[in-house]
Write a protein that binds this ligand. Structure first.
Ligand code: BES
Ligand code: MG
Ligand code: ZN
Length: 476
């Protein structure tokens, strides 16, 4: 898809408000119940002389927000691509007093969302039809529109990178290829990517991480991505992503049906790689470090067991109640490393961590646990801007106590109930200092979905790359 700013040509779209249906043609369409101007409604037709007409419903003006624009232009773009329309001219007026740059960003994003598809492994792949979008903002706002379109293009590149990483199966994306992809995609953007192998991970004494990795024939990799672009601040923020490239459950083996999609268990890592890609691509003024402890949770004669007591980089001992609660073990060492060795002042961890989160919130809302409401408020503003949903769960001692072990410092499974919070608080207890502002985002339900909604198709979503970008770049 190609965007031109302030250029005429192509099918001229007509934007229609639901309460302003005027003229013979539109009145006819409304009477025949073909088009009534509601938000997300699109009517595309060819007249007898093959001239295309395109009507775009916007609903009521006072209801328009960025999410309505994304959803509506997702439909527009889908219709144009399906009809191989070639070129479209959008003349975008001021909409509900929204900022012109953000309008352009939302419209372009919606259009790009429709072009994403995952067909890497189909022998007969169809070339996507090309679409040229001539975007005309109101006079004098060309630069703002250009900035918005550019933001959307770079953001969607990052979101699609995260989606591709999650969608590809575990025989393709494993620790080494995940690390290599991060390097290939990020270094050209000015990010320093360091990849540490087993020997170096052993030297760091990451025993929790290594215990999970032990049964796999694939070598674990610790991936560190550094992008420091704010010389005025010496504060570093860490993004830590769960990078379990396959989760069989280990000896607490999963039933076959629950295992099929478990190549998606590196969704947190993909979100981190995507977010760093967006921040670097858009040259955000931020000092960010991404950390991923990537490994596979497999089974072998040397695998760790339910009942084992293991160490961790922090020095804490961990009683293994369930080898399928592996994500928190890899995160424990990654979080400690980010805050102790890399001295991150704030930390967000992202993980497809618990079925309990998916059970509680479903596929459209991620769950969060935090120790700092001010920090969380920053995320909420970014969610609003991005059109992504995160719900804050309670952080009280009740859940923390669930992790107490009789024989070690902590255990890796809370109890039957409240599993999302006890898992999150397990991760938080490995911060080098307990007052480091921290948010845990559980994306077990949202990173890889079974049913499309809005502008998200089924399978990998790339959630919450957009929010992380907006939060860290302060574009909220
Ligand atoms: N990777 C899973 C969580 C998950 C479930 C992700 C569904 C995506 C979709 C995680 O490692 C896991 O197995 N968690 C267990 C923890 C339990 C054993 C305490 C779970 O949620 O059942
Ligand atoms: Mg598991
Ligand atoms: Zn897992």
């Amino acid at each position: 898809m190609k965007f031109n700013i302030a250029k005429q040509g192509g099918i001229k779209a007509r934007l229609v408000y639901e309460d302003k249906i005027e003229g013979e043609y539109l009145t006819h369409l409304k009477e025949k119940e073909l088009f009534s101007g509601k938000a997300e409604e699109v009517y595309y037709t060819l007249d007898s002389d093959l001239k295309a007409r395109l009507f775009i419903g916007l609903g009521k003006e006072e209801k328009i927000d960025f999410e309505v624009l994304r959803k509506t232009f997702f439909k527009v773009s889908g219709e144009l691509l399906k009809n191989k329309a070639g070129e479209v001219e959008l003349n975008i007026p001021k909409l509900n007093n929204l900022c012109n740059y953000r309008i352009a960003s939302a419209i372009a994003e919606g259009m790009l969302q429709a072009a994403y598809k995952y067909d890497t492994f189909k022998s007969e792949r169809k070339e996507a039809p090309e679409l040229v979008v001539n975007y005309n903002p109101i006079k004098g706002k060309e630069h703002r529109a250009e900035k918005g379109v550019n933001e959307a293009v770079k953001l969607m590149e990052a979101v699609c990178l995260a989606r591709d990483l999650v969608n590809q199966p575990a025989n393709v994306i494993y620790p080494e290829t995940l690390a290599q992809t991060a390097k290939d995609k990020l270094e050209s953007k000015g990010v320093k990517v360091s990849i540490y192998g087993k020997k170096e991970i052993e030297d760091l004494k990451m025993e929790a991480f290594l215990s999970v990795a032990r049964a796999s024939a694939k070598e674990p990799k610790l991936i560190v991505m550094e992008y420091y672009n704010n010389p005025e601040s010496d504060e570093k923020i860490a993004l830590v992503g769960k990078g379990v490239t396959y989760d069989s459950g280990g000896y607490a083996i999963k039933p076959a049906d629950s295992m099929v999609d478990m190549f998606c268990d590196m969704g947190g890592a993909a979100a981190v790689i995507g977010a760093v890609h967006a921040l670097a691509g858009l040259e955000a003024k931020v000092n960010v470090v991404g950390v991923v402890a990537a490994c596979e949770n497999m089974i072998s004669g040397d695998g760790f067991r339910n009942g084992d007591i293991i160490g961790s980089m922090s020095g804490k001992t961990i009683e293994i109640i369930n080898t399928d609660a592996e994500g928190r073990l890899t995160l424990a060492d990654a979080v400690y490393y980010a805050t102790n060795n890399l001295k991150a002042a704030k930390l967000i961890d992202l993980a497809t961590l618990t079925g309990a989160c998916a059970a509680a919130l479903g596929e459209q809302v991620s769950g969060a646990v935090t120790n700092n409401d001010e920090f969380f408020a920053e995320l909420e503003r970014a969610n609003q801007r991005a059109g992504e949903l995160v719900w804050k769960m309670p952080n009280i001692d009740y859940y923390k106590k669930m992790n107490e072990s009789k024989v070690a410092d902590i255990k890796n499974r809370g109890g039957k109930l409240g599993g999302m919070m006890s898992a999150g608080l397990f991760v938080g207890s490995f911060l080098a200092k307990e007052d480091i502002p921290w948010i845990h985002i559980d994306i077990a339900g949202t990173a890889y979905i079974s049913e499309a909604y809005g502008y998200l198709k089924e399978k990998a979503t790339g959630v919450p790359v957009k929010s992380l970008y907006f939060m860290l770049s302060k574009e909220t």
